[in-house]
Design a protein around this ligand. Sequence first.
Ligand SMILES: [Zn+2]
Length: 181
Amino acid sequence: MGPKSAQRIAFHLLKLPMDDALRLARSITEAKERVSFCQRCFNVCEGEECGICLDTRRDATLVCVVEEPRDVVAVEKTQEFKGRYHVLQGAISPLEGIGPDQLRVKELLARIRIEEIAEVILCTNPNIEGEATAMYLARLLKPLGVRTTRIASGLPVGGDLEYADELTLGRALEGRRDLEG
Ligand SMILES: [Zn+2]
């Protein structure tokens, strides 16, 4: 959330009647208690595993790696992808002090060891952090012998996946290419 939206929300909250404020506080607490992260893919979910991981019709050999749960929503909207996800919960960003240890990288490697994953699609954002994360993961995955692909360019550079329209993102997924580590 940017500083402008945060300020708008803060002013809105200040104007709320006390009753509404208490009700809002209660819903936030309840949501916090109920919603957690999927133990397999780290998407948001209620319970231990998310609906996508639990869906037996989906291809468990195909894993799409994204930065945030909102990117899962963006890829789902394309209706082009029938595999599972792995949410890193961020991207590598030296400027913000975020390295691989702060992301769900270890968990991804563990899944590749345990699950029968044939292909990992690196679907991080087409910006500096997203590209750096994809390159880092490609190098890490190479020795594991799993096919590693990157979504095609053609997405607005510097943008976020969530702002790409379904058609463009769908095409980027379809046109993914193999990465050399
Ligand atoms: Zn999941």
